[in-house]
Design a protein around this ligand. Structure first.
Ligand code: UDP
Length: 480
C-alpha cells in the first residue's frame, strides 16, 4: 500500500542553525525517496534569537514549497527567568517545555488535512515525546551529530549514577574509558554543558538521554564506515547500559547529510563571490581554510595570535573572522583588531572574510587543501565529503569529543594544542598549519580522508549502507 498524498511527516528541530540545516537536508532526502509525502517542520523562536534561523527558513520556503514551516506562538518567559543566571541554552529548553500545548495544537491542525505517519524530533526536543505518545504518532529521534557522541549521551545516566561529583570538580584528567564505542574521554573534554551536575541544563541533557531509547527509532547523521565501532556498539545493544528498556530502538545511519550548496545562505552577508573568485586565482591545493561554525568567536588577543601564526606559516589562507567576543571591542574594523599591517602584508596570499562564508563551495574548491575547524559535526561531514583534512580546534558543545574521534579514532585530523584556558599560541598555529599542509602526518590524514570521501559517496549511492537504511525507514512508513 502506498501512502496517500495527504500523508505527512512532521519534524521538530532544535531552533539553532546547525540543527535546522540538518533537519531540512533530512526532509529533502525523505522527499526524494517518497515525493508524495508532505513535510511539515514545526519551529519555535528561541529566547535569544540571532535571526539566523529566519533568514534560512525564508530561503528554504522560497525554493522548496513541499517543505512547510509552522511557527509556534512566541512564548514570553517571565522577566525573572531572563534576568536570572540562566544561559541561552537553558532558556531554550524552558521554552521547549512550555511549548508542549502549542505543539499539541499545531499537530492537531496539521492532522485536519493530513495523516501524520511519523514525527521526527531532534534528540534535544525530547519533551515532544509526551505529546506525540498521547496522539499515538510514531516518533523518531534525529541525532544531528555522530554515533559515538550519541553513545556518550546515552552513557550519561550511567556516569550520573556512578559518580556524585560534577565533572568540573573532578581531576580534569580523569578518564572515562568505558563509554561504549568511544575512545577514552578525559573529564576536561566532556561537553561543557554537562560539567555541572546541579545545573538545569545538565538535567535537561540527562532527561534527553533517558527519553531517547523510548523513541520508535534513532536517525543519525553519520555513515557506518565512518564510525564502525560506535555503530556496532549501538546495533549490538551495548549503548545505554542503564536504560530501563530491554533494547535500543532501531538505528538509522542515513548520512552524510549535508547541504550541497550553501552559497547565498548569506547569514550576516557579504564577501561570498569575492572569496570564490579569489580562490579561482590560487594554485591548486595551496590554500588553508579557517572557519569556526556559526558561533565560533575569539577574543581580540586570540585573533591576533592566529594572524601572526598564519603570516609566519607562509601558507595561502582564506580566514573567516566573525566579530570578536562582544564584550571586548564590538564593531571594530579588522584593521584595528588584527596586527598592524597584517592585511596589507598578506594581501597577495590571504583573504579575510568577515561573517558568513559559503563553506561547502570553499571546501570543494580545487585550491583548498586544509581546513582549520571548530569540529562542529556538519563541518566535519562537509570536510569528509570534500576530502579535505582538518586541524581540530574545538570551541563549544560536543566538539572536544569530536576532536578525540577525528584525531584518535578516524585519523582524519591533526590536533591543535591549547593551554589550560583554551588559548592557542601563534607558534602552535604556525607549526600545525605547516604540518597539515606539508608533512608525513599531514599526508597520512589526507590519505585517510580521501578514503572516507569515497566511503561517503558509496554510503549514499544505490545499494550503499545509508541509502538502504533510509529506504527501509521510508518503506516502514508506507506500510503503516
Ligand atoms: N557555515 C557556513 N559558513 C560559515 C559558518 C558556517 O556555511 O561562515 C555552515 C557550515 O558549512 C555548516 C554549518 O554552517 O553547515 C555549521 O554547522 P556545524 O555543525 O559545523 O557547527 P555549528 O555552527 O552548529 O557549531
Amino acid at each position: 500500500m502506498s501512502p496517500s498524498p495527504m500523508d505527512a511527516i512532521v519534524m521538530y528541530p532544535l531552533p539553532v542553525i546547525g540543527h535546522l540545516k540538518s533537519t531540512v537536508e533530512l526532509a529533502k532526502l525523505i522527499l526524494n525517496n517518497l515525493p508524495s509525502l508532505s513535510i511539515h517542520i514545526i519551529v519555535f523562536k528561541p529566547p535569544c534569537d540571532d535571526g539566523l534561523n529566519a533568514s534560512f527558513i525564508n530561503k528554504v520556503s522560497g525554493t522548496m514549497p513541499s517543505i512547510i514551516f509552522h511557527y509556534l506562538p512566541t512564548i514570553s518567559l517571565p522577566a525573572s527567568f531572563i534576568s536570572s543566571i540562566r544561559t541561552p541554552e537553558t532558556l531554550t529548553f524552558e521554552v521547549l517545555l512550555l511549548n508542549n500545548p502549542n505543539l499539541n495544537q499545531a499537530l492537531g491542525s496539521i492532522s485536519e488535512n493530513c495523516t501524520i505517519v511519523a514525527f521526527i524530533a531532534d534528540f534535544l526536543c525530547y519533551a515532544a515525546l509526551s505529546v506525540t505518545a498521547k496522539l499515538n504518532i510514531p516518533t523518531y529521534e534525529f541525532y544531528t551529530s555522530g554515533a559515538a557522541c550519541l553513545s556518550l549521551m546515552l552513557y550519561l545516566p550511567t556516569i550520573h549514577k556512578n559518580t556524585t561529583k560534577s565533572l568540573k570538580d573532578m581531576d580534569m584528567d580523569t578518564l572515562f574509558d568505558n563509554i561504549p564505542g568511544m575512545p577514552p574521554v578525559p573529564a576536561k573534554d566532556m561537553p561543557k554543558l554537562l560539567q555541572e551536575r546541579d545545573s538545569k541544563i545538565y538535567q535537561y541533557f540527562l532527561d534527553a538521554s533517558i527519553q531517547c531509547p523510548r523513541s520508535a527509532g534513532i536517525i543519525i547523521n553519520t555513515f557506518e564506515s565512518l564510525e564502525p565501532r560506535a555503530v556496532k556498539t549501538m546495533t549490538d545493544g551495548m549503548a545505554a547500559p542503564d536504560s530501563p528498556l530491554p533494547s535500543l530502538p532501531p538505528l538509522y545511519c542515513i548520512g552524510p547529510l549535508i547541504a550541497l550548496d550553501n552559497r547565498g545562505d548569506n547569514i550576516g552577508g557579504g564577501g561570498e563571490p569575492e572569496c570564490l573568485a579569489w580562490l579561482d586565482m590560487q594554485p591548486s591545493q595551496s590554500v588553508v581554510f579557517l572557519c569556526f561554525g556559526s558561533l565560533g568567536r575569539f577574543s581580540v588577543e586570540q585573533l591576533k595570535e592566529i594572524a601572526v601564526g598564519l603570516e609566519r606559516s607562509r601558507k595561502r589562507f582564506l580566514w573567516v573572522v566573525k566579530n570578536p567576543l562582544s564584550e571586548e571591542k564590538p564593531d571594530t574594523g579588522l584593521n584595528l583588531i588584527l596586527p598592524e599591517g597584517f592585511l596589507d602584508r598578506t594581501k597577495e596570499r590571504g583573504f579575510v572574510l568577515e561573517s558568513w562564508a559559503p563553506q561547502v563551495e570553499i571546501l570543494n574548491h580545487d585550491s583548498v587543501s586544509g581546513f582549520v575547524t571548530h569540529c562542529g559535526w556538519n563541518s566535519v561531514l562537509e570536510a569528509v565529503c570534500a576530502g579535505v583534512p582538518m586541524l581540530a580546534w574545538p570551541l563549544y558543545a560536543e566538539q572536544r569529543c569530536n576532536r578525540i574521534l577525528l584525531v584518535e579514532e578516524m585519523n582524519i585530523a591533526l590536533p591543535m594544542a591549547e593551554s589550560e584556558d583554551g588559548f592557542v599560541s601563534s607558534a602552535e598555529v604556525e607549526k600545525r598549519i605547516r604540518e597539515l599542509m606539508n608533512s608525513e602526518e599531514g599526508n597520512s590524514v589526507r590519505k585517510q580522508i580521501m578514503a572516507m570521501k569515497n566511503e561517503a559517496k558509496k554510503a549514499v549511492s544505490e545499494g550503499g549502507s545509508s541509502s538502504v537504511v533510509l529506504s527501509k525507514l521510508v518503506q516502514s512508513w508506507k506500510l503503516n
